[in-house]
Ligand binder design. Sequence first.
Ligand SMILES: C[S@@+](CC[C@H](N)C(=O)[O-])C[C@H]1O[C@@H](n2cnc3c(N)ncnc32)[C@H](O)[C@@H]1O
Length: 304
Amino acid sequence: MTPEQNDLRNAVLPLLRRITKCRTRISKRKARASDKLKGQPVRLSFFIFGGICADRAPQGKTNFCFGCVYGKMAGDDLPTERNCIFMKLEKMDEFFAARIEGYDEHMKSNIEGASGFYAYTAELLPREAKSRILDLGCGTGLELEAYFAKNPSAEVTGIDLSEVMLNALKAKFPDNKLNLIQGSYFSVPFGEEQYDAAVSVESLHHFRADMKASLYRKLHAALKDGGVFVLTDYFAESEELEKEYFQNLAELKKEQGLSDDEFYHYDTPLLVEHEMDILRQAGFRDVRIMKQWGESTYTVLSAK
Ligand SMILES: C[S@@+](CC[C@H](N)C(=O)[O-])C[C@H]1O[C@@H](n2cnc3c(N)ncnc32)[C@H](O)[C@@H]1O
């Protein structure tokens, strides 16, 4: 083989490998879709082409992506990047920084249950003046808007990877008591018996069960006796899908040569029952679903 032929081979082989993997994902989706549609023919929705990706594309850009088209062809109506078989993984903080403009509006109008769950989540947090609250993945503080309206003297510690999100939060609440920490909640120390309650909304569905096990132990220790943890998030629709999300992420990381040391934005929700087991094993009691929002979003309350 000449060096040119070798170069060509090296360029073409990974592409072929990728196409084969994509075909496997498409077949899996088709199987799931026809299961869901009970043998009805799978509809082709080409008009959706580009629209879904544009929803999550970095500001000012439109992703015309065949990944969405394939997702739709397979009858998979999961919106956004979970449909995309060609997606390029972005680092977690960069993903959110690139989408800060219009972020609040996007969350409120496109996320399942969001028109109700922010207010409901805030309702479950303590009303006593100067309550100390820990918010994991606080972002721009959508859950805090409703909470500060009810309890303006609350003292909130918010942890988030993204400086851009934290800056937006700070600008929203100039008069409230906020302690904002830029970092990962897996590595930032929480202290012992510091908080009356903790909250997390739409952030923890990116992580593995083993990571959550140690995080929840640390969180349990950080709550005062009788403190509560309010978790509102979206969860896997089935055990099969839970596995598939993690497999897809592992494949995408391998294909794109990415390490396990960084956080990349890719949804890997657990089954809500698995999440609740991890909370119980971490020491929480009375772990229960307070409300379900649409098909796969839940508010789970746990107590220390
Ligand atoms: C979808 S946003 C939700 C933000 C806010 N809670 C809300 O509902 O609007 C997810 C947030 O979690 C943050 N995040 C993800 N992984 C994190 C980690 N390991 N540590 C801290 N923040 C994290 C992201 O930076 C992002 O701001």
